[in-house]
Design a protein around this ligand. Sequence first.
Ligand SMILES: [Fe+2]
Length: 261
Amino acid sequence: MIDIHCHILPATDDGAVSVEESVEMCRMAADDGIEVIVATPHMFDGVHTTPDREHIRARIEEVTRACNGRIKILPGGEVRYSHEIFQEAGDAESRIRLNGTSYMLLEFAFEMVPANIELTIYQMLQAGITPVIAHPERNKRIQRHPEIIADLVERGAFAQVDAGSLTKSFGPDSHALAVRILEAGLAHFIATDAHHHNKRRPLLKPALAVASGIVGAEYATALVDANPRALIEDKAIPYQPDPDLDALLGRRKKKWYAFWR
Ligand SMILES: [Fe+2]
């Protein structure tokens, strides 16, 4: 499995506090069956200092050495929606890209979706950046208006659901929308969004089990394997089901016999 969202870098943001914790997280992830982690420190979130490329490279090297190369760590970031994205978008080597690919992990503030996001997604695509929306199921506005995520996907974005939303770590609303996003075929990735070794841990298997129970093993496995594997190799995302808006909006389909009543 491949984890495209993890705060594994030591002393960089609100994730791992030390190299020792990063190593412990790598050990847990490897035991869980994760082969590759994309390190995604917060960027432009107004709270943490956005790390530069050299910082990310050096920390990855340090952690990789400390865990004897047991797991592969690739550079990336969790990029808060900001005008700074466009200052860096043209740079093929930019830190905002996941492993230097055309994909970028895009985060919104939890309470809102930026105005004109449709236009921004179009502009990002034009600039050679394909946004992957981080944990839409945890966004308060999308919880009230789930059709927003369907619209963003239709416009060319992808959606990444947090493993913890499926395992009910973020409350009933995030869980309910995560389930609907999966049922609607609008999820493209499940990632750990891990921060520590003892809470918000780097595990995918528990969420994979939940997801398999909802949408079946084939689609669920693609979300932690085939799709993220294609992403880190900068290829087209192979598993993109046709969206089912009825499932997203919780509109129950009538059973055939109900039409006779
Ligand atoms: Fe995150």
